[in-house]
Ligand binder design. Structure first.
Ligand code: PMP
Length: 449
């Protein structure tokens, strides 16, 4: 590694970073994280803090899982790469598909299509949905329904179903035929509806209206995160996803569960949709599939969808995929990561530590008026909405958010800002003492608001 001076001098010189302004980086150079152990990250200036973001909702096993590291190192020695395209495959690809299918068998998943990350997985699901309908003789089903506040990555398809203007405007025109329903977000919604079940019903009614208006035979799929992550940790009412499942079934629309964050234990169960008793037709996942030790994602396919492709003629061929689909090193990481995830039963710790974090933040909300809303209660996904005025719910300004973030960091916890929300998703192996440290750091952070 180059010395510290080199790193600081060149920090923002050549590197354009995702989700940041390239002109701003010189004035506000990014923090340089140099190492990590367990759930703690260390920066070049010597701060060691609990990573309450878990990388980017992805370091589920923490930073020190030797089994996953060893599996990657071993596979690099044996076969660092082979194409995953039709015609050849590799032992780890076969084993990884077997492990992923077994992991989600209870959810009706039968087939696995590997990708390089979450955006790829969403894109794959959207494409497979269109092709599914075409194979069934309904080529007019090309449109997509999704939720405002939803996040589905940054490829054109995913950006088109994204529900946040920030990720859309600069890249328009996006995919035509994408329509967005109101999010099941009780704190703010156009109906001023604070009852979650009634809000769910209103949105489902809205969906029914939109489907009638568009024509059901033009709609390919509805995509949603079972718990909305980047949009601020929005937990729908328990009735919402089942009602949408029913609506999709009645109108021949596929349901895609975007489990990129919620899959593999983060919510206290192995998928987010299990909390709502829903089995999707297609599922996108990434992050926890390798706990971020290697960039891998997957589009998961239910028996219902798989059957249509597998029994089709030549048109059933999938002319889609990535150079790194089923990358052998990534696949070896998947196999080791899933074995570790099951061995450690990470969902159980996620549920317990998630409750501790959520309840702790609720207590902070009694102390600090800047906390407008606290959302969570399902594993290690907690969102805190910060306002400058509780009565008007005016979103907190960016400067104050930065101050809270900085003070929290100095006090021992890395959290993530999403506009005026604080987002938290620590590793699923985080300890009770570490969650206490995060809560104490937040206390200091809010005191600085
Ligand atoms: N879907 C969801 C629900 C996500 O949270 C994300 C990323 N946070 C993505 C898709 C995109 O994943 P990636 O950044 O790996 O492309």
């Amino acid at each position: 590694m180059k010395d510290e001076n080199f790193l600081k001098e060149n920090n923002a010189r050549h590197l354009w970073q995702p989700m940041g302004h390239p002109g701003d980086a010189q004035a506000n150079p990014p923090r340089i994280i140099k190492s990590a152990r367990g759930s703690t990250i260390t920066d070049i200036d010597g701060h060691s803090v609990v990573d309450a973001v878990g990388g980017l909702w992805c370091v589920n096993l923490g930073y020190s899982n030797d089994k996953v590291k060893q599996a990657i190192a071993d596979q690099l020695q044996v076969l660092p790469y082979a194409s995953g395209f039709a015609g050849s495959t590799t032992p780890p690809a076969i084993e990884a598909a077997y492990a992923v299918q077994a992991f989600f068998a209870e959810d009706g998943i039968e087939r696995v299509f590997f990708t390089s990350g979450g955006s790829d997985s969403v894109e794959t699901c959207l494409r497979l949905a269109r092709q599914y309908h075409r194979l069934r003789g309904e080529p007019t089903r090309t449109k997509f329904l999704s939720l405002k506040k939803g996040y589905h990555g940054t490829h054109f398809g995913g950006a088109s179903v994204n529900g946040n203007i920030r990720f859309r405007t600069a890249y328009e025109p996006l995919l035509p035929g994408c329509f967005h329903l109101t999010a099941p977000y009780t704190y703010r919604n156009p109906f001023d509806e604070t009852d979650p079940a009634r809000l769910a019903q209103k949105i489902v009614q809205m969906a029914e209206d939109e489907i009638a208006f568009q024509g059901a035979n033009t709609i390919a799929a509805f995509i949603m995160e079972p718990i909305l992550g980047a949009g601020g940790v929005i937990v729908p009412d328990a009735s919402f996803m089942p009602l949408m499942r029913d609506l999709c079934d009645r109108h021949g629309i596929l349901m895609i569960a975007d489990e990129v964050i919620t899959g593999f234990g983060r919510t206290g169960d192995w998928t987010g949709a299990r909390h709502w008793g829903v089995k999707p037709d297609l599922m996108s996942c990434a992050k926890g599939i390798t706990s971020a030790y290697f960039p891998v994602g997957a589009a998961l396919i239910s028996g219902k969808v798989a059957e249509v492709f597998e029994s089709a003629g030549a048109d059933g061929a999938i002319w889609h995929g990535y150079t790194y689909s089923a990358h052998p090193v990534g696949a070896a990481a998947v196999v080791a990561c899933l074995a570790e995830t099951l061995r450690l039963d990470t969902k159980t710790n996620a549920a317990a530590r998630g409750t501790q974090l959520y309840e702790g933040v609720c207590r902070l909300a009694e102390k600090y008026d800047v906390i407008g809303d606290v959302r969570g209660g399902h594993g290690l996904m907690v969102g805190i909405e910060i306002v400058s005025d509780r009565a008007t719910k005016a979103p907190m300004d960016a400067q104050t958010m930065t101050r809270i973030h900085q003070a929290t960091y100095e006090a021992g916890a890395m959290v993530r800002l999403g506009m005026h929300n604080i987002l938290m998703s620590p590793p699923l192996v985080v300890t009770e003492a570490e969650i206490d440290q995060v809560l104490a750091a937040l206390d200091t952070g809010f005191a600085a608001a």
